[in-house]
Design a protein around this ligand. Structure first.
Ligand code: GLP
Length: 240
């Protein structure tokens, strides 16, 4: 693993955005895997700046997001679809028809998962951006005895619902399920960019990157991937 620790948050953001832009420029039809949460917001801001300065166009890019909550209606401010519009898509020139997220309102969630995997099989991800949950989850692959390879409906741990409750009015409003790419789908990306910030993640960063490879820490499976770049701020990297 290639681990980089940054003194300034904005340096991490620019570095990540540079890598993403480089991928976009290198490929004819680049495919990006995208993530949500608070961590990538600065990275998306930096991508928008690069687009506005004329450095890059996203016209030929296709994106697949990692996950989406189940049961939040389209347009709800806490859907990841809304987040992506708000933080990235509406500010750049990517055609809407080339941006994909799982549909958490699908009447048949299982066939929605299969549909997503079929699309991913046809358009393998060149670069997958990832954040890290406090319990080691990636996407919404929560710690467990077993993990699922493909896209699936995942029950959310209480700790994850609590961590994400800050974005909702009440804990009861936080969905109990999400559709997420599986760890197998995530590991198929040619390059993985894991970005983590904050002292509250320092212990799980150490566990994920240097601990045993175990389904109890889904991010530890990243140790098996040949091309992972880890971007940390000093707080997140202080236990390494
Ligand atoms: C959420 C998302 C993950 C994200 C994680 C960390 O639950 N499903 O993809 O990486 O939480 O989020 P944050 O960056 O806000 O700490």
């Amino acid at each position: 693993m290639n681990i980089k620790i940054f003194e300034k948050q904005t340096d991490l953001d620019h570095y990540a955005a540079d890598l993403i832009v480089e991928t976009v420029k290198q490929k004819d039809r680049p495919v990006l895997g995208l993530a949500t949460g608070s961590t990538p917001i600065g990275i998306y801001k930096s991508m928008v700046e690069k687009y506005r300065s004329g450095e890059v166009s996203f016209r030929s890019v296709t994106t697949y997001n990692l996950d989406e909550y189940v049961g939040l209606p389209s347009g709800h401010e806490q859907t990841y679809a809304y987040y992506m519009q708000d933080n990235l898509f509406q500010h750049i020139d990517i055609p809407a028809a080339q941006t994909f997220l799982p549909n958490g309102m699908a009447s048949d969630l299982q066939s929605e998962c299969r549909r997503y995997d079929d699309m991913l099989a046809k358009q393998p991800v060149d670069l997958q951006l990832l954040g890290l949950g406090h319990n080691g989850h990636i996407g919404f692959n929560e710690p467990s005895d077993v993990l699922t390879s493909g896209t699936h409906v995942a029950p959310l741990k209480e700790s994850t619902r609590l961590a994400n409750a800050r974005f909702f009015n009440h804990l009861e409003e936080v969905p109990k399920q999400a559709i997420t790419m599986g760890v197998g789908s995530i590991l198929k990306a040619k390059t993985i960019l894991l970005a983590v910030r904050g002292a509250d993640k320092a212990a799980i960063v150490r566990e994920a990157l240097t601990g045993p490879i175990t389904t109890e820490c889904p991010a530890s499976l990243l140790q098996t991937h040949a091309n992972v770049i880890v971007l940390l701020d000093q707080d997140a990297g202080k236990e390494l």
